[in-house]
Design a protein around this ligand. Structure first.
Ligand SMILES: [Fe+2]
Length: 242
């Protein structure tokens, strides 16, 4: 983790403070020495849970290895998990994904993060009105959603991605082919070790995330949420500008 992105958690810090400033400007904020109760307390001050079928409590899912995994459940294995957007095939994915390590593995299990804003700045053609529909998620013969789409006007865009047995990317153009190649080969992804008590809050419309394979037990608390209307960061629910 780079200097300045590592922030200590604490109940005394107001949600309008440094942590949300990082989320606004960089699309991700890291924290450490954090308990699940602290993270939930922090999030409840400015977000509401996003319902997920695997959740054990509103918005909260424990991501742990299971004996057998079904369709779209790669997260519950020990294998590599490629870059993706949580709930990518929902019409409106959650804007906030918070991850906290409750048990760290013997080895591996690093977080992978790729900034969609950086991708669009580097390959701007995939973000244009004419080109965006040549890069989409498909399921069989069905076209689901553009990987990059304009959202809500005013220059906001949103990225979504997954590549598994639920949906796969299709890139028909030159620029989208380059972008897909970058994503598949993790060219713009950064790796972050996540020891016990560390984690991150990700702007899910902007960042793709994944993880490397690991050995041993690993338990991650994942909280999906949307920003409350009226809070200063409610535009995160729409997308991002780049
Ligand atoms: Fe995920």
């Amino acid at each position: 983790m780079s200097q300045g992105e590592v922030l200590r958690s604490g109940r005394s810090e107001h949600p309008h403070g440094t942590r949300t400033a990082h989320l606004r400007e960089r699309g991700v904020v890291f924290f450490r020495d954090t308990h699940l109760a602290d993270l939930r307390h922090f999030l409840t001050e400015w977000t509401s849970p996003y319902v997920h079928p695997h959740e054990t409590q509103p918005g909260l899912t424990l991501i742990e290895p299971r004996g057998a995994t079904g369709r779209g459940e790669d997260g519950f294995s020990r294998e590599d998990m490629g870059l993706h957007t949580d709930r990518a095939t929902s019409r409106t994915p959650p804007s906030i994904v918070a991850l906290l390590v409750l048990q760290s593995p013997r080895s591996g299990g690093e977080a992978l993060l790729m900034d969609g804003a950086e991708l669009l700045r580097s390959i701007p053609d995939i973000g244009t009105r004419d080109a965006k529909n040549d890069f989409f998620l498909g399921a069989g013969s069905r076209v689901l959603f553009p990987v990059c789409e304009e959202a809500g006007g005013r220059g906001f865009v949103r990225i979504r991605y997954r590549c598994d047995d639920i949906a796969r990317p299709v890139a028909l153009g030159k620029a989208s082919g380059r972008a897909l190649d970058d994503i598949e080969n993790l060219r713009r992804a950064r790796r972050f070790p996540l020891p016990l008590g560390t984690g991150c809050i990700i702007h899910n419309h902007r960042y793709l995330h994944g993880r490397t394979r690991f050995e041993g037990g690993r338990s991650i608390a994942r909280i999906l949420a949307d920003v409350d209307p009226g809070f200063s960061l409610s535009w995160l629910n729409t997308g991002f500008r780049y």
